[in-house]
Design a protein around this ligand. Structure first.
Ligand code: ADP
Ligand code: ASP
Ligand code: MG
Length: 412
């Protein structure tokens, strides 16, 4: 039987009624003759609540116990989905990550999938099971501990299953009906894209467009998974949603294809560090050892042998960064006068493969922000993206202004 992977995000399984609605979608695909692997998220809000409980109990928590707690939301929805399908006379059972087993690295809270042996689930399909409901987001390490794949990780579970079972397609059901030129919740002019290239989706995701987890796009690109994003609230249709596909499959696109934002950025400044060889290694080595994901970096011009070093990292890693840098200072390996954390910033990025061949995008972006009176604090660029860090209070204004400036409401 051909296999189909269907992933339902938190809002699509937020209540028993919504689980029923999702189960009806699954029934439609079973009726077409598919063996279906359903990946479920936790009910919306659940994972946030669990993360909150962990932080309240232990701010610098043991990540193994964090995973034990935050993975639990998916167990509930997997069981409920299997029960709902059984009530509809569809042979189904639930699988937690360790039962599959979905084997991951032991990088707790950000584990990577290493292997998904398909024997156990295939044996059940061979016995007549029609739907395997798998708890997304979670796995098991070689040490036998429960792991999670990072926030939004059920998308990655879904794509990894599609690759492991050679699925015909991987459908990601969410609360918007596809991938837009920017978050439709921020700009009402956002336009739904019929197709988007893996490369652009990868950048948008990694720059904050949480509609797909970055790693899921990476896997889909590597294993050539046919990946579709669509809404579980719309009537079923064959060409619904957005197809994430190879660049060659897209005939035309704008120079900039999307604007992403991330409000979870913090700007950290080390004041008066020595301006000497090895200083960057003395700062970023300990940060990396502490698991801090540094993104943008700027070193100011030095004076009197001293300089300021600024970097950005996710807001929830500020505590870890402070601890690592203060410990390095205490050990004598690094001198600085002060460490300033600014958590009132946001990152705004313009993404498009057209930037490879067209110049002027950066200039237009900077001019647009300056016309709105928005000060740019840090800039980073790569082949197909430009990112800036700005005050968070201007985030929505910046997204809307850039969406207008690059005329994203119009198709090319
Ligand atoms: P799920 O719970 O289904 O995984 P998420 O909340 O993780 O859903 O992702 C869907 C959300 O992503 C949407 O509600 C939307 O606000 C946001 N989003 C951000 N950028 C985009 C974009 N470019 N296109 C579509 N949605 C986007
Ligand atoms: N429930 C997890 C989260 O909220 C995983 C997911 O929904 O993809 O991050
Ligand atoms: Mg998600």
């Amino acid at each position: 039987m051909p296999v189909l992977v269907m992933k339902f995000g938190g809002t699509s399984v937020a209540t028993l009624d919504r689980i029923k609605r999702a189960a009806k979608r699954v029934a439609l695909e079973v009726a077409k003759g598919y063996d279906v692997i359903v990946i479920v998220s936790a009910m919306s809000g659940k994972t946030n609540e669990l993360v909150g409980w962990v932080n309240e109990t232990s701010p610098l928590y043991d990540a193994r116990e964090y995973d034990a707690v935050v993975s639990s939301g998916e167990n509930v929805t997997a069981g409920l989905m299997a029960l709902t399908l059984q009530e509809m006379d569809i042979p189904a059972r639930s699988w937690q990550g360790w039962q599959v087993p979905l084997i991951t690295t032991s990088a707790h809270a950000a584990a990577r999938i290493e292997d998904i042996p398909n024997e156990n689930i295939n044996a059940k399909f061979a016995e007549g099971m029609k739907v395997a409901v798998v708890a997304g987001f979670q796995g098991i390490s070689k040490e036998g501990r429960i792991t999670t794949l990072g926030r939004g990780g059920s998308d990655t579970t879904a794509v990894a299953f599609a690759a492991a079972f050679d699925a015909e397609r991987c459908d990601i059901y969410t609360d918007v009906d596809g991938v837009y030129t920017t978050d439709p919740r921020i700009s009402e002019k956002a336009r739904k894209l019929d197709k988007i290239s893996f490369e652009e989706m990868l950048e948008l995701a990694s720059l904050g467009a949480k509609v797909l987890q970055t790693r899921s796009v990476e896997l889909a690109m590597r294993y050539k998974v046919k990946l579709r994003v669509l809404s579980s609230f719309e009537e079923p249709s064959d060409n619904a949603g957005t197809l994430v596909c190879a660049e060659e499959e897209i005939m035309e696109s704008n120079v900039v294809s999307g604007i992403a934002y991330s409000r979870d950025e913090a700007k950290m400044t080390l004041v008066s560090v020595e301006d000497r060889p090895g200083i960057a290694a003395a700062i970023f080595g300990p940060l990396s050892d502490a698991g801090v994901n540094v993104d943008m970096i700027i070193q100011n011009i030095g004076e009197d042998g001293l300089t300021d070093m600024t970097f950005s990292c996710p807001t929830d890693q500020v505590l870890r960064a402070q601890k690592a840098l203060n410990a390095t200072k205490d050990s004598g390996a690094l001198k600085f006068e002060e460490l300033i954390a600014d958590t009132n910033v946001a990152k705004i990025s313009a993404v498009g493969i057209g930037m490879r061949s067209q110049s002027g995008v950066a200039a237009k972006m900077f001019k647009t922000l300056s016309d709105e009176g928005i000060n740019i604090k840090v800039i980073a660029t790569s082949e197909i993206k430009i990112s800036v860090l700005i005050d968070r209070k201007y985030m929505e204004l910046a997204v809307q202004a850039l969406h207008d400036a690059f005329e994203l409401e119009k198709a090319s």
